[in-house]
Design a protein around this ligand. Structure first.
Ligand code: ADP
Ligand code: MG
Length: 262
């Protein structure tokens, strides 16, 4: 900061305050607080069932939260404010808000009857109304970006898991999201295909994309992420810089988890 006048802090990309989520009686998220700044890359670690996927799904309007607040890029998730009051978003407004967020899942969920190029063009054309020619040239750029410039005409079944996941990343990027969420994007891949997907994610991070990545890839978290969040039992147990969390975890639960994965 060179300015001497106090400027307001920039709006965080994600701000979660006391977020609670229940499935029936099962409190899956218990007062989760998290702030992610624009350009930050944050990885989520934690045992299975700790609430990582649910939290990502809440950020992306795929689940409704039962308490607290989440905002993405300054917009309340699920609600808008008017004269200080909160109003539930209408389905159209939810759809608009979700366009800020790209999500990549463990299972790539590509449309099997569409080519790689058509998969990437689909949402810009049919959701955003981008002219076809423009969407197509952008889709080609994005396939190039994920290292698949030679595969526009391939159908998902003709691609390896790693290639399909890279198409899925290109497809998410096609909506020009401000935030990318990755939920164990390499967990379903054969080990020899993990690296090519992580490399694409690394280059996105280097380009300044804001990312939240649920992963068991400790090497990626250590090398690429600005911050590591360890979650267990629906709470954030601790968070910090990768070096601190991996070399000097403070909590017994973090130590125990890391001793199994490191
Ligand atoms: P993680 O991604 O850390 O493995 P999840 O967020 O998938 O954890 O799950 C957290 C808890 O929420 C688990 O106990 C899981 O069984 C439960 N859960 C997740 N989704 C649902 C759902 N749609 N209905 C009921 N329970 C769910
Ligand atoms: Mg999960």
């Amino acid at each position: 900061m060179t300015s001497t006048t106090a400027s307001p802090a920039p709006t965080p990309m994600v701000e979660a305050i006391n977020v609670r989520k229940l499935f029936g009686d099962n409190e899956v998220l218990k007062s989760v607080n998290l702030t992610v700044r624009a350009g930050e890359v944050v990885s989520f670690l934690g045992p299975s069932g700790s609430g990582k996927s649910t939290f990502l799904r809440c950020i992306n309007h795929l689940e409704r939260i039962d308490g607290g607040e989440i905002s993405v890029n300054g917009h309340l998730v699920g609600y808008r404010r008017h004269h200080g009051k909160k109003y539930e978003l209408k389905p159209k407004e939810v759809a608009a808000a979700r366009r800020d967020v790209g999500m990549v899942f463990q299972r790539f969920n590509l449309f099997p009857h569409l080519t790689a190029l058509q998969n990437v063009m689909e949402a810009p054309v049919f959701v955003k109304g981008v002219p076809k020619a423009q969407a197509q040239s952008r889709a080609r750029e994005l396939l190039d970006r994920v290292g698949l410039a030679d595969k526009p005409a391939a159908y998902p079944a003709q691609l390896s898991g790693g290639q399909q996941q890279r198409v899925a990343i290109a497809r998410a990027l096609a909506m020009e999201p401000a935030l990318m969420l990755f939920d164990e994007p390499t967990s379903a891949l054969d080990p020899e295909l993990v690296g090519e997907v992580l490399d694409v994610m690394k280059s996105l991070a280097a380009d300044g994309m804001t990312m939240i990545v649920v992963t068991h890839e400790i090497g990626f978290a250590r090398e690429v992420c600005d911050r590591v969040v360890f979650m267990d039992g629906g709470v954030i147990v601790e968070e910090g810089k990768p070096h601190d969390i991996f070399s000097n975890p403070q909590h017994a639960r973090t130590k125990s988890f890391l001793s199994k994965v490191l």
